[in-house]
Structure formats: C-alpha cells, structure tokens
Design a protein. Structure first.
Length: 134
C-alpha cells in the first residue's frame, strides 16, 4: 500500500517537473524572438536591434578605430559604421586573415565585394556594431 502511494506521489512530482521545464523552455524561446526589434537612440543614427533597451551609441574617429588594430582588439569600419570584430575574426569562414587584415581600417570595399548581397553576412555584421564613424 505504501509503495503504491510513493509511486503515485513520484509520478505527480515528475509530471510537475516536466511541465515546469516545458513552460520555462517555451518562455525562453518567446523572449529571444528574432523578429522582435526596437529602435536604438543615438545623436547620429537610429538602428534597429534585438535589444529591449534604448542605447546611446558612440561616435569614433578614424584615429580611434586605428588604435584597435590587433586580432584580439579588432575594430573595423564598413559604410561609416564601426564594428568590433575581436570575437569573430577567428570564426570567419574565409579565415581570420579576411578580418584581421582590416583591423583598425576601413573594410567597406572588401566587405561589399564579398558580401554585398548576403543578408546573413549583413545581419551578422550588425551584431558587432558599436557606433558610427565621426
């Protein structure tokens, strides 16, 4: 009799745990909805992003960008926007030199030549956006 009661209680607890895990997973996917976007606020630009908080973006001079010219501290310019590529260079499918050769520099022509029609590449680049060129 006690064993049947323990089995029933165990099944109820197990069921509750499974339901809680399922609900938690559902809500975590809902909160990471890639279609959800808001506007970022800046003195120089407005950008759409997948963040829930407005962020004031900085402006950087060419000289400031030029100071970030190593593979571990790699900023690059594309279309007058500044991107921190430090964590991506070694993951680039074309090899890290495709990025690191442009650390601290304007890589607009190279990026446009290789990725101008790629929504995936442009979306990925947007994830590294840190500000505008002043």
């Amino acid at each position: 009799m006690k064993i049947k009661l323990l089995v029933k209680i165990s099944l109820i607890i197990f069921s509750i745990i499974v339901i809680v895990i399922f609900i938690a997973g559902f809500f975590s996917q809902t909160n990471n909805n890639p279609g959800k976007s808001i506007k970022l606020i800046s003195a120089n630009t407005t950008k759409t992003s997948n963040t829930d908080n407005p962020i004031t973006l900085k402006s950087f001079s060419v000289a400031e960008v030029a100071n970030h010219n190593t593979p571990l501290d790699c900023w690059a310019i594309v279309n007058n926007k500044v991107y921190d590529m430090s964590n991506y260079a070694n993951k680039h499918p074309g090899g890290d030199s495709a990025i690191t050769s442009f650390c601290g520099k304007d890589m607009t022509p190279a990026f446009e030549n290789q990725h101008s029609n790629s929504k995936k590449a442009n979306s990925l680049l947007d994830s590294f956006y840190i500000g505008n060129l002043s």
